[in-house]
Structure formats: structure tokens, C-alpha cells
Design a binder for this molecule. Structure first.
Ligand code: NAG
Ligand code: NAG
Length: 406
């Protein structure tokens, strides 16, 4: 039997029997940031490869073309969560990824079969920007946090994977359509994500997640959290402003939004175009013409070693804010927010006394439906909400929006 058909049977059974206990408030999973720069690719090469891969994958799905991957050997910056599988649970360190939607384990830490595992005959394959992972698909109990248990989550268990030193797999929290074409034999149905299952089994009453990241100058810090089913008001200030998921392809395949970017009072960087919000990207990536406008406005030059833009201390003192407008609401992204944390310069192969910027080019012009990637550099300054139920993305300011962190 296929996992997906098996899963529908189980879900039907669940709805027919009593609903599991509903938790009054949201439940939170702590996540930690790691900067571990060990490969030879620069941080820019790594983010570029991811952006190209995400875009190619979406375009391939939309048009039936093949995907070409550019391998990179560096994950560099990751957000990682500890998730339990089985009963008694084995705990896995998983990358938190809004750009993919399969959950799988076993890259480094071995998966332990317990009585909660249900066999299925499918294998699954997911290509990431730095590798392809292959494994067997099972149904098993997944424990995200105390009280946040999915008795029957479809997960992959790796039979082959490379490049995953230090992490055991992926917690895929992107839109469910990204799971299409990942099972073999192929199915026409999607594999419900952990968020989908928590909602359909009644554990959470709102079909959404909220994510809090914070800027850090440490190579490893427990400084983030995901909440399922609600937003954690202790992590943001003011209200959450929502914008609908964009209808523009290929950004529409992801947590994609329409957004315009301005520098200072009146310099347009990009008009109101489509791009994505992504927890698997480190930098703030924009179109090639947007990047030229930003480079002209700031006077920055490209640093050969890191691949990032670099400015002088004098240029930093006159660096203006960037302003992001989504759905009529403008968020200010300060000069300080545009800097790579100086305490981590040497962690990415840079020099301690230089000033590097986190704005980078996608290498493609605006107007192609994939004009920006708001990665960690952006998400560490704003609380973000990924609302599946209402097909929208929300942002709110936080105590870190205007903080001076480096
Ligand atoms: C950092 O990466 C290296 C090599 O890729 C790996 O051996 C190590 O376990 C990683 N450290 C952490 C904390 O993830
Ligand atoms: C986003 O921009 C595109 C192109 O201008 C437009 O067609 C669309 O209505 C906008 N809004 C959404 C939610 O996609």
C-alpha cells in the first residue's frame, strides 16, 4: 500500500473516532542557529545555488522541464530543531526548511524502528541544492514538542545522503504541493506536512505556523522558535501585517509574496514584484538590476574572498535603511540589519576588520517571478507567519528589528 493512500485511510479513521485533545494555545519548538562554514563554496555561491535550484524546481513542475542542480559543498548557516520519531522516540536534529515540504531523518543518526512504525512500499527522493536524498517512506509517530504529537506522519528514512554533517535530515514546512513528485511509485496526491497533520487531526485549530529568529553574533545559539497553530505575542511588537501568497509563477509555488524595495527616502531598488520568503537562505537576495541600484546607492564593492558586498567605515556611517513594502505596509530594514555580523566575518572566510553586506544578487533581472529571496538576514529582524489556511504570509516588527547587533 502507498503511504499516501494509507494515510488517507488513517485520517478518515481518526475523524470518525474521537478527535485528539485540542491544545488551547499554540505549542512551541525551540530552534537553534548554527554557523558552520567548512566547505570551499562561499556563502554567496551556496545561497545562489539554492535560489537557482528552488526556481528551477518550481519551473520544472510548472512546465515539465528537467532540473539541473549546481552542487555546492556548504550548508554554512542553518536553523536546526530537535524532533522525536517513534516510541520511545529517537531525537533527530533537523534543518527547518520552508522551501521544501518532505520530512525525513536518518542522514547521520540512525533511525530506530519501534512499534509505531507502519510500512509502506514507497521510496521517496528529494533533490536539494547541495544533494539528492533517497530513502524509504514510512508512517511513524513524530513528536515535535510535548503535546505536539503526530501519531501517523509520513516520513522518509534515508538510505543514502551526503553533505549532512551535523544534521540528521529536514523538517519541511513549505507548501504541501512541493511534496508532489517525491514518491516512487509516483502518486498524484501530496504527502501531508507536519503542519497539515497537526491541523487535520485537530491538535491545532489554526492552520499556520509562526517563526521567530533573532540575530546573533555566536556561531551556535538557541535563539529561535516555531509555533504551530498560533503566534507568540511575546516575540513581536504591534500587529502582524499579512499579504496574500503571490499568484505570480514561479514564486507562487513557495511562500511567495509581492514586495517592493526602496533604499533611503526615494531610491527604488525593485518595484512591486514577486519573490519568496525562505528559512533555508542566509542572505537577502534581489534581482540583478535591483542589486546594481543598491550597489550604486551604497558605493559597495564586491569582495572576492567572501563573494559579498563590502563597504568602508565612512560608507557605513552614511548607509540608509532599506524599506520593504508588502500589501501597502512598509517595514524598515536598518543599516545595521544590512551588515553581516562582524563577529562572524572570519567564520565565512572574511577579515575581522571589514564590513560586509548581506544583500546579494540572484543574477537574474526583475520581472521573472522570482525577484527576491528574503532569507535569515531578513527573517531575523521580523517575526514571520506562514498561514496555510488563509494562503498568506505575515510579518511583524520585533525587539530586534532596529537592534544594533554587530
Ligand atoms: C560542522 O561541519 C563539519 C564538517 O562538515 C562537521 O563534521 C561538524 O559536525 C559540523 N558541526 C556542527 C556543530 O554541526
Ligand atoms: C502580485 O503581482 C502580480 C503582478 O503584478 C499581480 O498580478 C497580482 O495580482 C499581485 N497580487 C497577488 C496576490 O498575486
Amino acid at each position: 500500500m502507498h503511504c499516501s493512500s494509507l494515510l488517507s485511510t488513517i485520517l478518515l479513521a481518526l475523524t470518525a473516532v474521537a478527535k485528539p485533545v485540542v491544545i488551547d494555545s499554540f505549542v512551541t519548538l525551540p530552534i537553534s542557529k548554527r554557523v558552520n562554514f567548512t566547505g570551499t563554496s562561499t556563502i554567496l555561491e551556496r545561497d545562489l545555488a539554492r535560489a537557482k535550484h528552488l526556481r528551477a524546481r518550481a519551473e520544472a513542475r510548472l512546465s515539465g522541464r528537467a532540473i539541473v542542480n549546481e552542487p555546492v559543498d556548504n550548508q554554512a548557516v542553518t536553523y536546526v530543531a530537535a524532533v522525536g520519531v517513534g516510541s520511545p522516540a529517537t531525537t533527530f536534529q533537523l534543518l527547518v526548511d520552508t522551501g521544501s515540504s518532505n520530512t525525513w531523518v536518518g542522514a547521520t543518526q540512525a533511525y530506530v524502528r519501534t512499534s509505531t512504525r507502519v510500512e509502506c512500499t514507497a521510496t521517496s527522493t528529494v533533490a536539494y541544492h547541495w544533494m539528492t536524498w533517497i530513502g524509504n517512506e514510512f508512517l511513524d509517530q513524530v513528536t515535535i514538542a510535548p503535546g505536539l504529537v503526530i501519531p501517523s506522519q509520513s516520513i522518509g528514512v534515508a538510505t543514502s545522503s551526503d553533505g549532512f554533517e551535523g544534521v540528521d535530515g529536514i523538517l519541511g514546512i513549505g507548501p504541501v504541493d512541493l511534496t508532489l513528485d517525491t514518491l516512487s511509485p509516483a502518486t498524484t496526491s501530496t504527502i501531508p506536512t507536519v503542519t497539515d497533520n497537526l491541523f487535520s487531526q485537530g491538535t491545532i485549530t489554526s492552520h499556520l505556523i509562526g517563526i521567530s529568529f533573532e540575530p546573533t553574533t555566536q556561531v551556535e545559539a538557541l535563539n529561535g522558535e516555531i509555533t504551530w497553530g498560533g503566534t507568540d505575542s511575546s516575540k513581536f511588537s504591534g500587529s502582524i501585517n499579512f499579504t496574500p501568497v503571490t499568484t505570480t509563477e514561479p514564486a507562487s509555488e513557495f511562500w511567495g509574496i509581492n514586495q517592493s524595495i526602496r533604499y533611503g527616502a526615494s531610491t527604488t531598488i525593485q518595484g512591486n514584484t514577486a519573490g519568496i520568503v525562505d528559512t533555508g537562505t542566509t542572505l537577502l537576495m534581489i534581482s540583478s538590476n535591483g542589486f546594481s541600484a543598491y550597489t550604486r546607492a551604497t558605493g559597495a564593492v564586491t569582495d572576492r574572498t567572501t563573494g559579498l558586498l563590502r563597504i568602508t567605515a565612512a560608507q557605513f556611517s552614511s548607509l540608509q535603511s532599506l524599506f520593504f513594502t508588502t500589501n501597502g505596509v512598509t517595514l524598515e530594514f536598518t543599516a545595521n540589519a544590512q551588515l553581516w555580523p562582524r563577529a562572524l566575518n572570519t567564520a565565512i572566510g572574511g577579515q575581522a576588520n571589514q564590513i560586509y553586506l548581506i544583500v546579494a544578487s540572484l543574477g537574474t533581472p526583475s520581472g521573472e517571478g522570482f525577484d527576491f529571496v528574503n532569507g535569515f538576514a531578513f527573517l531575523e529582524r521580523f517575526y514571520s507567519v506562514f498561514d496555510t489556511g488563509n494562503k498568506r504570509v505575515g510579518f511583524a516588527t520585533t525587539p530586534f528589528t532596529t537592534a544594533t547587533t554587530n
